[in-house]
Design a protein around this ligand. Structure first.
Ligand code: 13P
Length: 241
């Protein structure tokens, strides 16, 4: 059975005060969402403690947005997997396109981060996706296949989530047609050895398009940026029909 996972990626938004305010509003809004939907909030490192404290007794799972591959060492500015698990983190985003684009993340470092996350019992959410230029050049399939081949070397597919995030649909309001997202996610699934990996779609997911997205046969969940910052919007997504 493929698990449904609705995850928010707060990116570099929300102070601790803002995170607390969000949770006070959000938690009760998802009381009636079906139990089999896993709800994850991937928050900035500085919010992990406060969000973890507010999560006791409810169903939201804590996530981080990156992890280093070494257990410890002289890596200024980095955070290790054991530092995350100690704070109650269960999920971690790895290889988000913003890390690949702005911070020099490569498929090799993505692979190292995935391994470290799994070694320490974290479930990585691996992000893959093509740029507009690559899509226009008809390279989408090959780009995705290359990313999967390189990123997943030696990775346990029993403890893995994948998010297909077409880069041109992130934060732009420009939607990937749901049938196209479903097609690419089907392609991703066909390249995996475990048919039960949860594969999410990400890119301008909103309360008004979530029903259609989740109705697609290959799409098991969503990774939500902008719309996860407002309690009403993210709850609207979690409570999809
Ligand atoms: P938006 O939902 O803001 O397009 O961001 C998607 C994303 O990058 C989630 O990781």
């Amino acid at each position: 059975m493929r698990k449904v996972i609705i995850a928010g990626n707060w990116k570099m938004y929300k102070t601790q005060g803002e995170a607390t305010e969000f949770l006070m509003d959000f938690v009760s809004r998802i009381d009636d969402a079906p139990e089999n939907r896993e709800v994850v909030l991937c928050v900035p490192f500085t919010d992990l403690t406060i969000v973890n404290k507010s999560l006791h007794g409810n169903r939201i799972r804590l996530g981080a947005q990156n992890v280093h591959w070494e257990d410890c060492g002289a890596y200024t500015g980095e955070i290790s997997a054991s530092m995350l698990t100690e704070m109650g983190v269960r999920y971690v985003i790895v290889g988000h396109s913003e890390r690949r684009q702005y911070f020099g993340e490569t498929d090799e470092t993505v692979n190292l981060r995935l391994k470290a996350a799994q070694t320490h019992g974290l479930i990585p959410i691996l992000c893959v996706g093509e740029t507009k230029q690559q899509r226009d050049a008809d390279e989408t399939e090959q780009i995705i296949i290359n990313q999967l081949e390189r990123d997943l070397v030696g990775i346990d597919q029993e403890r893995l989530v994948i998010a297909y995030e077409p880069i041109w649909a992130i934060g732009t309001g420009e939607n990937c047609e749901v049938s196209e997202a479903d097609r690419v996610i089907g392609l991703i699934r066909s390249r995996l050895s475990n048919p039960n990996v949860t594969i999410q779609y990400g890119g301008s997911v909103k309360p008004n398009n979530i029903d259609e997205i989740m109705a697609q046969p290959q799409i098991d969940g969503v990774l939500v940026g902008g719309a996860s910052l407002a309690a009403a919007d993210f709850a609207g997504i979690v409570n999809y029909k």
